[in-house]
Design a binder for this molecule. Structure first.
Ligand SMILES: [Zn+2]
Length: 313
């Protein structure tokens, strides 16, 4: 008995040692991570990616307002740009158009191409002013972003960094954005059921950026929700965010899809840091399918089509 248990113990030690070596070896290698896909942005879309496209077009001499709304004027400018580059002039900004549209920016640069970059950095939660000046604050944000995404090349923002900036972040799809950076949680967290009633709890460290899933108007929520935000959205639904650590937008403010609205936390009736999220359209809906579609970049179901039960335990 004692001999057997010694043998078992020796084997376990060996397994532990092998596992430990494996972990150490893996630790020395940068994790293989697929680069984010360029987003598809078209007429009707709103948010930071639209604003970045507009600033890049302005940089190239097009006369536009960078309002983050992809309307007729932006579509015309995109078509004109596509023609000038020998691309199909369909007005839709996909991989081919993005590749031609982005320009390399670096420390010391000034202009609308820098504004295009700064809009993306703000989208990813960096606290900076979109002033078109690539100074130290922008430089530090670029370095931090590239470090987190295993990108080299110092402060230079070339095509690869642009792709990672525009393509991941809040995981925008079809006019919707994930409520937190896509890199925060694996896909499997977005199909979890909620206790008692339709909603979802996303386990996030305090200080994780929270984004508007849909453009709309902000109001504040308190009580058990803690520092909470309700977005009365342009799709007729409302989106409630609870337990935030801080709010970055004023009550009554208009926000665009993907805009930073605050940072997640543990305020109100909460047993640990997480983001509690509710989607309401004539009553609470199960947000899981919607979140998964945004995560996957597939067609996003309208909130009115989401189930009102079946996502609770
Ligand atoms: Zn909850």
């Amino acid at each position: 008995m004692s001999q057997l248990s010694t043998a078992v113990r020796r084997n376990l030690s060996l397994i532990t040692l092998v596992a430990l070596i494996a972990v150490i070896s893996l630790g020395n290698v940068a994790p293989a991570k697929a680069l984010a896909s360029w987003p598809i942005v078209r007429k009707g879309d709103q948010g930071p990616n639209v604003k970045t496209i507009q600033y890049l077009l302005i940089h190239r001499g097009y006369s536009l307002t960078a309002d983050g709304i992809f309307g007729s004027a932006t579509e015309s400018a995109v078509k004109s740009f596509q023609s000038s580059q020998g691309l199909t002039a369909d007005g839709i900004v996909g991989p081919n158009t993005w590749s031609k549209l982005v320009v390399t920016v670096d420390y010391g640069y000034q202009g609308n191409h820098v504004r295009a970059l700064q809009v993306q950095l703000v989208k990813h939660g960096y606290n900076l002013t979109v002033d078109g000046i690539y100074g130290n604050i922008t430089y530090n944000a670029v370095l931090d972003f590239k470090n987190k995404h295993y990108l080299g090349g110092g402060g230079t923002v070339g095509a690869t960094t642009w792709q990672e900036l525009t393509g991941s972040g809040n995981g925008s799809s079809g006019g919707y954005a994930l409520p937190i950076p896509k890199s925060t949680l694996p896909r499997s967290e977005y199909d979890d059921p909620h206790h008692d009633y339709p909603a979802i709890d996303l386990p996030t460290n305090t200080g994780t950026p929270a984004y508007a899933m849909k453009s709309g108007t902000v109001s504040y929520v308190g009580g058990g929700c803690g520092y909470g935000i309700l977005i009365s959205a342009d799709d007729g639904a409302s989106y409630k965010y609870c337990h935030l650590n801080s709010r970055s937008v004023a009550s009554g403010a208009r926000v665009s899809t993907g805009q930073l609205i605050g940072y997640t936390g543990n305020t109100g009736n909460s047993t640990g840091p997480h983001l509690h999220l509710e989607v309401n359209y004539n009553g609470l809906r199960c947000p899981q399918n919607m979140l998964l579609a945004i995560y996957d970049g597939t067609s996003v179901p309208h909130p009115s089509t989401l189930p009102t039960s079946g996502c609770t335990y």
